[in-house]
Design a protein around this ligand. Structure first.
Ligand code: PBG
Length: 329
């Protein structure tokens, strides 16, 4: 008279639990997002992202050395551009001595082996806060893709290992791939934000970069004409497949936690590495709850990261990367 199967045998103590653990997080799983600003000696905390900072190039240099010493070997760069350099076409994005280009060089000088990925989209450079050029209330697709391709070449010229288009224009992966090939950047990879949803979880990020769509007549108030509808699943597969066909080396699902069904589906469907972006709002939610004493920060953080990996992520872009690696000891 005993239970047919005692599943609890495999949970009796730490040793057996470790032995049968199916999912393990390691420092090399992470892609660390970094926010860069102009100036010197700047390290300013982002209000809606406690313990996360915008930093100037000198502090960026220190940061990447620290990351490297912790075993974190890939960064994803974003820049905060001063308002006076913004316009509808994101002209500043192509400046060979622009902040992004300098940031890439700074990281590569400080830490040559650090993998450098760069965000490619117009929003940090756009006076209207959109990922593409705005005309008559529309976000122009093909014209934007051409600029994104030039931007990608500029990042590759500065030394980026991968460009990461986050804009969701149609066909931009092919346009970017062709431009990179034409300029001889055959080894510059593309990590495509392929299934990127129009999510309210990006709020704190837009605070960090001051990049939210502006409130102005004839400017769409949201990004729903290019980012995906949260309700859709099949669309994620077709978006992702299209990007792979156009030349994406790595694909991405974004946000993370609320979209793990999509992560699993994409992982089952495609044969390239799948990245997941645990976005700013996910970070902010846990920080806020932990600050209030309502959730155990470290335990919930690790549980979330494990869930993302268990769902099929091969790469996790996360603001928790340092916290997690420290905890892992
Ligand atoms: C820019 C971009 C965004 C994020 C990454 N790249 C914001 C957006 O699309 O509005 C969001 C990242 C985050 O919330 O952590 N296109």
């Amino acid at each position: 008279m005993y239970p047919l199967k005692r599943n609890r045998r495999l949970r009796v103590n730490d040793s057996i639990r470790h032995l049968v653990r199916e999912t393990i997080i390691t420092p090399s799983d992470f892609l660390v997002p970094l926010f860069v600003v102009e100036g010197k000696g700047v390290k300013e905390e982002i209000a809606s992202m406690p313990n996360y900072y915008r930093m100037s190039l000198d502090n960026l240099e220190k940061e990447v050395k620290e990351l490297w010493n912790m075993g974190l070997c890939a960064v994803l760069l974003f820049v905060k551009v001063p308002d006076n350099l913004k316009d509808n076409k994101g002209t500043e994005a192509l400046n060979p001595n622009g902040l992004m280009q300098l940031a890439i060089k700074t990281v590569k000088n400080a830490c040559p082996e650090m993998l450098v990925m760069t965000d490619v989209a117009l929003d940090p450079y756009s006076s209207l806060g959109h990922d593409g050029i705005v005309q008559d209330g529309q976000i122009l697709n093909d014209e934007t893709s051409e600029i994104l391709a030039e931007m990608s070449v500029s990042h590759a010229d500065a030394g980026a290992d991968f460009v990461a288009p986050s804009d969701m224009m149609d066909g931009r992966i092919l346009t970017i791939r062709e431009a990179l090939e034409d300029e001889g950047h055959i080894n510059t990879g593309i990590m495509s934000y392929s299934a990127k949803y129009a999510s309210a979880f990006y709020g704190p990020f837009r605070d960090a970069l001051d990049s939210a769509p502006v409130n102005m007549k004839d400017v769409p108030k949201n990004k729903k004409t290019y980012q995906m509808d949260s309700a859709n699943r099949f669309e994620a597969i077709s978006e992702t497949q299209a990007d792979i066909d156009e030349g994406a080396d790595i694909v991405m699902v974004k946000p993370g936690l609320a979209y793990l069904d999509i992560v699993r589906e994409i992982r089952n469907e495609v044969d390239v590495p799948v990245a997941v972006y645990q976005v700013s709002g996910e970070y902010a939610m846990l920080k806020a709850a932990a600050e209030k004493g309502w959730l155990d920060h470290d335990a919930v953080m690790m549980e979330q990261l494990l869930a993302i990996k268990r769902a099929g992520a091969n790469i996790i872009a996360s603001y928790f990367a340092k916290d997690a690696v420290r905890l892992m000891g």
